[in-house]
Design a binder for this molecule. Structure first.
Ligand code: FCB
Length: 314
């Protein structure tokens, strides 16, 4: 079903893993002199976000003036393009941390804006009391759920991740999380509503009454990712949904998410998801044969709640 490349690194705990998925979760148990006892070093950041939680021992993040220690109950949020540099604190015999790598949905923006930061890494502590268990359990559930062998595994894991992010948002001290700029939220809504249209940065900027360069800058600053890249993510999320839950032919799926050229759509999809749209649909059906019978027809699929509906509902 999935192509296997013998040179592909299949262990996310080791350098070289591709992370071309929408959600990956795990636990990294670093023990002094053990095989994982090295500093994770990604100077250019990653394409998605990472939220992690220290569950045992101490970790060290960054070097020099910006260096800080993390202890059990500490959570960190790395946005795309934030450099990753962390490992076991040399003074601690071990450092165990749980983590979730993800590409966010459009309406998550406010939950991803943690106010207390060091070099753009959001920081939050839930301590080692009752909250510790609640948060650790959520990480465990996300990890277990996304590994389940059923076609809804990723969606369910994303659902739990939403809960984790909302709980983090609630626990931000003083209950004063920074809000994403209203113009950027409006931009997200506008893009999500118009995923099928071939609109450029200029059109989006005009709609928001900002210059294209100002919008591009502000978007990257607030969302940690390039605006067109962000739109591509939303398009692929919707395409996956349509391929998995409807009979809409691939060419129409391409059109519904803004690609007139099916070949180009397939290329982008494969690059992002690791499978062609056709193979992705096939693998969803293999995982869940009943799905084929229950797949919505194209007409019905037009009535599915869209991601933009969810966004505007907030
Ligand atoms: C693993 C790291 C973990 C996280 C994931 C994405 O190798 O141990 O902290 O960065 O990669």
């Amino acid at each position: 079903m999935f192509e296997s490349d013998p040179h592909k690194q299949l262990n996310p705990l080791l350098p070289g893993y591709s992370f071309n998925l929408y959600l990956v979760a795990g636990m990294t148990p670093i023990i002094e002199n053990g095989p994982l006892d090295f500093f994770i070093d990604r100077p250019g950041g990653m394409e998605g976000y990472i939220v992690n939680m220290t569950v045992r021992g101490q970790g060290k993040v960054f070097d020099g003036q910006d260096a800080f220690q993390v202890n059990p109950g500490d959570l960190l949020l790395f946005s795309p393009e934030t450099p990753h540099y962390y490992g076991r604190d040399p003074g601690s015999p071990d450092w165990y941390h749980r983590w979730v790598y993800f590409r966010p949905r459009a309406y998550w923006a406010n939950w991803l804006s943690w106010p207390y930061q060091t070099r753009k890494v959001g920081r939050l502590s839930v301590g080692t009391g009752t909250l510790f268990k609640e948060f650790e359990d959520l990480f465990v559930q996300i990890d277990q759920t996304h590994r389940q062998d059923k076609y809804t595994a990723e969606e369910l894991a994303i659902n739990l991740l939403e809960r984790l992010l909302i709980r983090c948002y609630e626990e931000i001290p003083d209950n004063e999380p920074t809000q994403v700029d209203a113009r950027i939220l409006a931009t997200c809504q506008f893009i999500a509503k118009n995923l099928a249209l071939d609109i450029g940065l200029d059109d989006i900027a005009r709609h928001i009454s900002l210059s294209p360069s100002r919008l591009a800058h502000l978007f990257r600053e607030q969302m940690g990712v390039n605006i067109l890249r962000w739109r591509e993510d939303q398009r692929i999320i919707l395409a996956k949904h349509l391929l998995q839950n409807t009979h809409t032919p691939v060419a129409h799926v391409a059109g519904k998410v803004g690609y007139d050229d099916q070949l180009y759509f397939s290329r982008v999809f494969r690059k992002r998801v690791g499978l062609s749209p056709r193979d992705f649909r096939k693998s969803a059906i293999e995982h869940h044969p009943l799905l084929e019978e229950g797949l919505a027809s194209e007409a019905a699929s037009d009535n599915l709640p869209s991601f933009s509906d969810k966004l505007t509902a907030r």
